[in-house]
Design a protein around this ligand. Sequence first.
Ligand SMILES: O=C(O)CCC(=O)C(=O)O
Length: 201
Amino acid sequence: MPQQLSMFAVRVSAPEGLQYVPDFISPEVEQDLIAAIRTLPLQPFQFGHFEGKRRVASFGYRYDYSLRRLELADPIPSWLAGVIAEIESFGGPTTEIGQVLCTEYDVGVGIGWHRDKPHFDRVFGLSLGSSCKFRFRKSNGPSWERFTLDAEPRSLYMMSGASRRIWEHSIPAVEATRYSITFRTMLDAGAGVSRPRSARS
Ligand SMILES: O=C(O)CCC(=O)C(=O)O
C-alpha cells in the first residue's frame, strides 16, 4: 500500500459481542408492532430536567435519571410475548428479558452517545419502520475507533460483551420515522428492586 494511503487506511471491524440479524421479523409482524406502539402513551424521554425529542414507553423497569435508580414500570404487555419468545430463543438458554423500551424517532430525531445503564446486561434491539445508522465509538487514545451498522427495518441487533460495556453507541437524526423496541436482560446484582411480573401469554 502506498505510504500516503496507509496513513488514512482505517481498520473497520465490528465491535466484539455485536450481532446483527436482518429480517428477524416479517413485514406483517413489523406492522402489528408499529400499530401497537402507536397506541401507547409515549412520553418525551426524560433526562433529569431535560427532555429528549424521542418518545418512549418503558415496561418491566424504567431508569429514573433524577433519582438515579431503576424503578418498577408497567408489566411487559402481552402483545410482545411472541417476539420476546423469539428473542429469548435467539439469545440462548438463561436469556430472560426483564425490561422493554418502545421508542419513536420522528424525522430529524436521534439519540446521543451513551452506554446503556449497568443494571442491564445484554441489549437486543428491533428496528421498525425505517433504517438508521447505528454508530459505535470507542476511545483509542487521542482518537476514536468507529463502526457503523446499517440497522434495517425488521432487523435485530444484540449488544453484549465489549460492544455493550466498552463501546458507546448513538443514532444520528433519522430521515423517516423510525420505531425501535429494545429488550434488555437484567444483571440481578445491579437491579436493586424486585423483579416485576411480566404479562406473558
Ligand atoms: O433505537 C435504538 O435502536 C437504540 C435505543 C438506545 O440506544 C437506547 O434507548 O438506549
